[in-house]
Design a protein around this ligand. Structure first.
Ligand code: FES
Length: 153
């Protein structure tokens, strides 16, 4: 196994991480990763960026937004690659949100059975528009389209 140099070019980072150079530039613009510049204005990355990229990809894979990932990475020093303990701590914070998302998707899947092959997309009865029939308490018809007494409401 060849030893990595202390500083990596953007091509080396892309090759090692499997992340496209355009994505690396984008992550850098969003502050998720950082680089230094050579006198010729070429990017150079610390080796630690590879762990940071692995962290970003893993977090994206579980459906977290770049903003959430950015917030999490902001709790780490810039030159610090997320450690196993960091990942454990940060992923624990996301667990409740992921559980809620999974629960919502499972409910959607279970309710979707009635939609399969239907295609009505009814504002009143379709679970995709009206999950758990939450507009029923507003009365019959199209309650969301009724004029209100206060036109500014
Ligand atoms: S598409 Fe008809 S009930 Fe959902």
């Amino acid at each position: 196994m060849t030893k990595l140099p202390a500083l990596l070019t953007i091509g080396e980072v892309a090759h090692r991480s499997g992340v496209a150079q355009t994505a690396l530039r984008f992550y850098e613009e969003r502050g998720l990763i950082t680089s230094t510049r050579t006198t010729g204005n070429q990017r150079r990355y610390q080796r630690a960026v590879l762990r940071r990229l692995a962290f970003i990809r893993a977090a994206q894979r579980v459906g977290l937004s770049l903003e959430q990932i950015s917030d999490a990475l902001a709790t780490l020093p810039d030159d610090h690659a997320p450690t196993k303990a960091d990942w454990a701590r940060l992923s624990k914070r996301w667990r409740d949100e992921l559980d809620a998302r999974i629960d919502g998707l499972q409910r959607l899947r279970d309710n979707l059975t009635g939609c399969i092959g239907c295609g009505c997309l009814s504002l009143r009865t379709c679970v995709l528009h009206n999950p758990e029939d939450r507009y029923a308490e507003l009365g019959p018809g199209a309650p969301l389209l009724r004029p209100t007494t206060d036109p500014k409401a």
